[in-house]
Design a protein around this ligand. Structure first.
Ligand code: FRU
Length: 498
């Protein structure tokens, strides 16, 4: 049974995102098994179908032809005698390396079973397989599960499997408490340990989770990128977040090209966690795509939505950029999202901002994209206030004195559900010439991409329905607006589903 969503019956509940993926009802966390196969993008996700809080994990499922409109499908994987179905990945097994497909091709899911040891009844996390011969609609668990276990490690999960072209073998990277481990295989049923990485690298302000490994082109060559999410440790106000490493992978080992203590954060907002990547090869362009869970373990179970909990970030395309400090990830929202644009206004001339004068004062919108370009002439604090009313506003601002881009959600709406939700999220951004800002605002989120995706902040907010104003502000200093384009966004649920 697939689900046709009409905005007139539901999906118009308070706080329901209108152009971000959400489950029809109940709990969702990490995106899982992202894969492009036979013309469809698949999104699986950590799902508790019985409740709006985390519990026995299943894999929920949806498909899309454009990563924008999603069709909800029945649950793909259910807990079993080996435990709950935790996060994992899916590969297209084109040459039937697994032997599941009678010489043809199909999908193989590699996931963590979180359960107990059958003899000792102590908790254990092991890696297992399931396969599908009908485009992901139904799944059969492999009778030889689990395929990988190591009872010496309690947190041993979130396998990401990739095809390592150079040596024609599968590589699995998975998290093992305070580091990641690499394994290799020819059939995904038996795995050989290759190496581990990270015990003394990057941030350890939480357990390591959801690793991802991929290659991106740069300067006529390429680099390997290793993404690692780190879980919420109550000692740190930021909660769960995602770091990445840049370096080389030789089929056995990952080498970090930065100092081991250097931490590269993927996103400086609080709400982009457990993100994973995939590619749409053999489609036309082979982009490296990314999607994250738009929440934070610090308060994910308490956010004030009633019938469902959590949304995904917008799907983004990842590239590398060479900076003075080294090579860094760049994230840009996939261009497919622009199909939702309904132009509201376009300003293509220079306007000098004046404190107290809001050129957007007549516009009311709560779901939109804004693209603007600024020239800072004198040290200034300026930006855009969204979901604004007398009582509320979320400020996306730039402070050129401190070279800081920020999202201030201290007056953004409901924040009573957790005492650390109210905050200012900041990142250092140096502007040499013009400042380009692209923001996507949905009913309960803000995604900021500055300077063409080099700086990213993703943040949840829970404003009232009446807070629909917009303000372009200059606090002090001298700034010219060079251009501005504002687009209303349609609901994906109005025309999505089938
Ligand atoms: C990350 C995570 C994973 C785990 C899953 C359980 O958010 O904790 O490590 O597989 O969620 O739902």
């Amino acid at each position: 049974m697939s689900m046709k969503i009409s905005p007139t019956n539901f999906f118009n509940e308070k706080y329901r995102p209108q152009f971000h993926f959400t489950p029809i009802k109940n709990w969702m966390n990490d995106p899982n098994g992202m894969v492009y196969f036979q013309g469809e993008y698949h999104l699986f996700y950590q799902h508790h179908p019985e409740s709006t809080v985390w519990g026995p994990m299943h894999w929920g499922h949806a498909v899309s032809s454009d990563m924008v409109h999603w069709e909800h499908l029945p649950i793909a994987l259910f807990p079993d005698e080996n435990g709950y179905i935790f996060s994992g990945s899916i590969v297209v097994d084109t040459w039937d390396s697994s032997g599941f497909f009678d010489g043809g091709e199909g999908l193989v899911a590699i996931f963590t079973h979180a359960g107990e040891h059958p003899d000792t009844k102590t908790p254990r996390q092991v890696q297992s397989l399931a396969y599908s011969t009908d485009k992901g609609r139904t799944w059969t668990k492999y009778e030889g599960n689990p395929v990988l276990e190591d009872t010496s490690i309690a947190d041993f999960r979130d396998p990401k499997v990739i095809w390592y072209e150079k040596e024609s073998k599968w590589i699995m990277v998975l998290s093992a408490g305070n580091h990641v481990r690499f394994y290799s295989s020819s059939d995904m049923k038996s795995w050989r340990f290759e190496s581990s990485f990270g015990e003394k690298e990057g941030s350890h302000l939480g357990v390591w989770e959801c690793p991802d490994l991929f290659q991106l082109p740069i300067e006529g060559g390429h680099r390997w990128v290793l993404i690692v999410s780190i879980g919420d440790d109550p000692a740190y106000t930021e909660g769960s977040r995602t770091q990445y490493f840049i370096g080389d992978f030789d089929g056995k080992m990952f080498t970090n090209e930065n100092d081991s203590e250097k931490v590269l954060w993927l996103d400086f907002g609080r709400d982009n966690y457990a993100g994973v990547t995939w590619s749409n090869v053999p489609k036309e362009d082979g982009r490296r795509l990314f999607i994250g869970w738009m929440s934070n373990w610090k308060y994910a179970n308490q956010v004030p939505t009633e019938t469902w909990r959590s949304a995904m970030t917008l799907p983004r395309s990842l590239t590398l950029n060479s900076t003075r400090e080294g090579i860094r990830l760049v994230q840009t929202p996939v261009q497919e999202i622009s199909a939702l644009r309904k132009p509201i206004t376009s300003i293509q001339r220079t306007i000098t901002l004046i404190p107290g004068e809001n050129i957007l004062k007549d516009i009311k919108t709560k779901t939109f994209e804004l693209k603007a370009c600024f020239k800072i002439k004198e040290a200034a604090v300026f930006g855009i206030k969204v979901h604004q009313s007398k009582e509320e506003e979320t400020i996306i601002g730039y402070d050129s004195d401190r070279s800081v881009l920020y999202v201030d959600r201290r007056r953004s709406g409901d924040k009573t559900f957790h005492n650390e939700f109210s905050c200012v999220q900041e990142m250092e951004v140096f502007i040499e010439d013009q400042f380009a800002l692209q923001i996507f605002v949905d009913t309960s989120s803000v995604e900021v991409f500055a300077n063409d995706g080099k700086h990213v902040l993703t943040s949840l907010i829970f404003p009232r329905e009446e807070s629909n104003g917009l303000e372009l502000f200059l606090d002090h200093g001298a700034v010219d607006l060079k251009s501005l384009d504002l687009f209303d966004y349609q609901s994906i649920w109005a025309i999505g589903g089938s």
